[in-house]
Design a protein around this ligand. Sequence first.
Ligand SMILES: Cc1cc2nc3c(=O)[nH]c(=O)nc-3n(C[C@H](O)[C@H](O)[C@H](O)COP(=O)(O)OP(=O)(O)OC[C@H]3O[C@@H](n4cnc5c(N)ncnc54)[C@H](O)[C@@H]3O)c2cc1C
Length: 369
Amino acid sequence: MIHIERASSRVFKNLVIGAGPAGVAIASTLLDGGSTPTLWVDPHFQSGRLAHYTEVPSNTKVGLFLKYATTPASISGSSDQITQVFKGMDSDKGCSLGAAQQMVTKITETIRREYSDEVVMQRGRVDSLALTNGVWHINGDQARADRVFLALGSHPKEASPQHCAEAMALDDALMPSKLSGLVSPDETVGVIGSSHSAVLVLMNLLEMQNGPKVVNLYRSPLKYAKFLPDGRIVLDNTGLKGQAAEWAREHLETGHFESQGRLKRVDVTKEDAESALAKCSKIVSATGFDRNPLPEISVDGERLGDVSHDPSSGAIISGKLYGYGIAFPEEITDPEYGHKESNVGLWKFMRYVRDVLPAQNLCTLQRAG
Ligand SMILES: Cc1cc2nc3c(=O)[nH]c(=O)nc-3n(C[C@H](O)[C@H](O)[C@H](O)COP(=O)(O)OP(=O)(O)OC[C@H]3O[C@@H](n4cnc5c(N)ncnc54)[C@H](O)[C@@H]3O)c2cc1C
């Protein structure tokens, strides 16, 4: 439910759903590009999933967070306040995602304070979208909009129910302050995966004072991002970066914790996963993320099932419906291996949205330089 004063008398140019880093990139780009009024809906306006990961070390450098924060011209007057949290930090190093979370929330607050006519922010959820005669009707007819931008985000895939061990939420396992109260030294915890998140969970469990024993079940070997001299990054989205990469090289590749009897790593393509899992009282699955549920979408009375987007423009229905962020990511080609990757991260969302929205005549941006 969303509550919009004079909603039915007001047709918005844009509806942006979601106020995570992607929603902020879209709302600020539309504002910069003179495309308003925008209705912006989110249950919390607290930076989306970043709010769950405040203790997680970033895999991107502070410099890229600063670029994200200082690119939208409309909020440049509040730039110092928005980027205050990074003061004194080395722009070539990582930071905690808590700093990025504060920065994204401050951008959101700046838009609320300075552009309340152009961007109408409503706490709530969009549950249904019906396109009739070229106009979107939102949650029945609570409001209307010409076009819709989905920035719905994602959530961790759940552990497979066949494991009899208790499933532990990935979000809790990524936060050391929560994790310490959830496991005891006499337990064995299974961590499934070899992704960036899996390595962060292994680091949290194994660096914990009086931590449990850990079994890590993985299908693919650890992969590391590689920075090329021309600025491109090999395995930019699938390889380990930042503190997780340093820690994995130092502690996993050397067998450090295995030699202490704290860790057993099991390659499930060669070894028996079931007997390893049988020893575990708790399991954390770090095997990826699924898109959050879509609102019910219909076009001229016909219900759309799942939707697919063009990963080079975000278009789902050209001129009417677009998707961005982790739920509808840009696709890029890896510079060394040639495979496709989903391009995910704050600066990547901002850069992509600012490239593709003007290219599709959804707003007009003044090009810098
Ligand atoms: C462990 C980890 C580490 C990471 N490290 C980095 C990093 O170092 N650097 C970096 O740049 N990125 C990093 N990321 C990526 C980044 O945090 C996420 O990709 C990002 O939060 C996704 O942004 P989003 O806006 O697409 O979605 P989200 O942040 O998930 O936001 C989606 C928002 O939409 C709202 N929503 C959903 N459905 C509806 C609806 N029907 N109506 C209204 N609102 C709705 C949700 O409530 C939420 O607020 C990391 C991610 C993880 C998991």
